[in-house]
Design a protein around this ligand. Structure first.
Ligand SMILES: [Zn+2]
Length: 543
């Protein structure tokens, strides 16, 4: 009833193991997808220093298959298990990794062999590990995802805290099921088993539990958030590092088991809800509503009982900061606010299609890994598309996960008739991955290809005449348009730095001249908002 497979290889060439557990011995992807059983994907060790899920998952699968009273849990559930998502990091183990974590003695390294945090790689897909993961995920299309971790952070009584994409990433229909059916059941069962579980503990003000806990909607660079952007419930388990290894593993085991108990009961209902919501996302009705790319917390909260430990805060004479000391482990129930109302911050209207010119080879290849369906232009075609012109582009001053990211910019949308070469891809948004497509291709998306720096080459001047030539061009421009001079003088008055910089002044002329590159600062992804215009383009496309 178990098949060991591999989803791919790591950067150092290790296999990434994958267990398929199916009572009817159906291990073929089509057979699993077509069956009435719900598919549960469990992942462990994407951060190998946090190995609880690997042990818990293997113990649980062993027990289900060897204890007759548990086998019926697989009546309506297929389990897909990734016990070790980061094998290179897992083998790079040491007693010095996560040194304050209460076991096991040796722990794996947080990152991959390429020193990437794989749990930041889901949208950009730089690592071979996540490239393999994306292929697996969109191939199997599981109905529910659980990602197992161990957290640091403040000390408290909870053994398990969690993140769950119920604050805006999923459609209302799936969110309702996740919250009312899954979460309420798991909360009840875990309280019965050992201790209540809590939403992930991040204080409103660091070191100040009384300031309350904040929630949020994080982008799809994280695995669990990625899955929730594909509109599948994704539960992130964080056991607490100060609890001993055995306690952490048996609590993870119980949570996984109870999740299977519920999915076994709910498989037909969940699959129906997911199917209906996939259809809704693919519909014109979905594209009519503004889509939220980012969220911010409303200043609104509910009061909760927080199961903490007694603590005191002292001023550190070493760091000068506040030092929170939990030194007596005396249980303390604090009444604190839980800020649980993220509201949309940056929104967009999802177009009917995005067009990616053929030369953006790497972007197109990664888009395919994301399970996004697309069509290719059979010939060069002139298309009137909506484009974004960027200005005031600022980059982050340090690399993050090996990339220099675009931090901020202003964007001006304009309509442009331009030639898209043969082979350019048309990405229709009438498909269940529409929210993911918007996250990857909307210029303003915080984890879009643009944000990760895939298009940085478009935002740099490539050919600029020497200043002595620009002096001639500037004079010629002023002769033709005398209004430029008062405009320049006004700008100099407002911006003394600019006024002192001859090259900047000459650039100001050059960028307005007929010699400036038309493509400079234009994000090369086209958008089509009109359905009929898209249908006209699709006549020139092939699969
Ligand atoms: Zn982790």
């Amino acid at each position: 009833m178990v098949k060991l497979a591999f989803i791919g290889k790591t950067a150092q060439g290790r296999d990434i193991p994958f267990l398929i557990v199916n009572k009817d011995k159906k291990f073929d992807v089509q057979a699993v997808k077509n069956s009435a059983k719900a598919t549960l994907l469990i992942q462990a060790c994407i951060h190998p220093g946090e190995p609880d899920g690997k042990d818990a998952g293997l113990l649980l699968i062993r027990d289900i298959l060897t204890k007759p009273e548990l086998l019926s849990l697989l009546d309506n559930v297929t389990i897909l298990f990734l016990p070790m998502m980061n094998p290179d990091g897992h083998e790079n183990n040491s007693i010095y990794n996560r040194v304050f974590q209460n076991g096991p003695r040796e722990k794996g390294c947080r990152t991959s062999a390429q020193d990437l945090n794989l749990n930041r790689d889901f949208s950009k897909a730089d690592s071979p590990e996540i490239k393999s993961w994306l292929k697996m995920y969109h191939h199997w299309n599981p109905d529910f995802f659980i990602d197992c971790h161990v957290t640091d952070g403040a000390d408290y009584q909870y053994i398990i805290t969690y993140n769950f994409g119920i604050f805006g990433n999923m459609t209302p229909g799936v969110t309702r099921w996740a919250k009312d059916t899954y979460l309420s059941f798991i909360e009840k069962q875990m309280k019965k088993f050992s201790k209540p579980i809590s939403y992930y503990v991040e204080f409103n003000k660091t070191s100040d539990p009384e300031s309350g806990i904040i929630s949020g909607v994080w982008g799809p660079m994280y695995g669990d958030e990625y899955v929730s952007v594909t509109n599948r419930p994704a539960f992130l388990i964080e056991t607490h590092m100060y609890k001993d290894f055995r306690t952490r593993v048996i609590n993870t085991y119980e949570l996984l088991k109870q999740s299977i108990v519920l999915l076994n009961k709910e498989s037909a209902n969940l699959k129906k809800i997911l199917r209906e919501n996939d259809e809704f996302i693919s519909s014109a009705e979905f594209r009519k509503q503004p889509f939220s790319l980012t969220f911010e917390l409303a200043n609104d909260s509910v009061m909760i009982d927080f199961l903490g430990y007694d603590y005191r805060v002292v001023k550190s004479e070493i760091s000068g900061g506040d030092w929170t000391i939990f030194d007596n482990r005396k249980p303390l129930t604090l009444k604190i606010p839980f800020f649980n109302k993220p509201v949309p911050k940056s929104q967009c209207i999802i177009p009917e299609a995005y067009i990616v010119p053929v030369e953006w080879i790497d972007v197109i290849a990664r888009t395919r890994l994301h399970g996004i369906k697309m069509k290719c232009l059979k010939e060069d075609l002139s298309i009137t598309a909506q484009m974004d012109e960027l200005s005031n582009i600022v980059y982050e001053d340090k690399p993050f996960e090996s990339r220099i990211r675009v931090q901020s910019f202003d964007a001006q949308e304009f309509s442009d008739k331009r030639k898209f070469p043969k082979g350019s891809v048309i990405i229709e948004t009438a498909q269940p991955t529409a929210p993911l497509i918007a996250h990857l291709f909307e210029a303003k998306g915080p984890v879009s290809f643009l944000a990760w720096g895939f298009f940085n080459s478009c935002f740099q001047v490539k050919e600029r005449p020497e200043n002595y030539i620009l002096e001639i061009i500037a004079r010629d421009m002023i002769k033709k348009n005398p209004g430029l001079l008062p405009e320049l003088n006004e700008l100099k008055k407002q911006n003394p730095e600019f006024a002192k910089d001859p090259s900047a002044i000459l650039d100001w002329f050059f960028n307005r001249s007929e010699f400036a590159a038309k493509s400079l600062n234009v994000y090369p992804i086209g958008k089509i908002y009109n359905r009929q215009e898209l249908l006209d383009i699709l006549q020139f496309c092939e699969e």
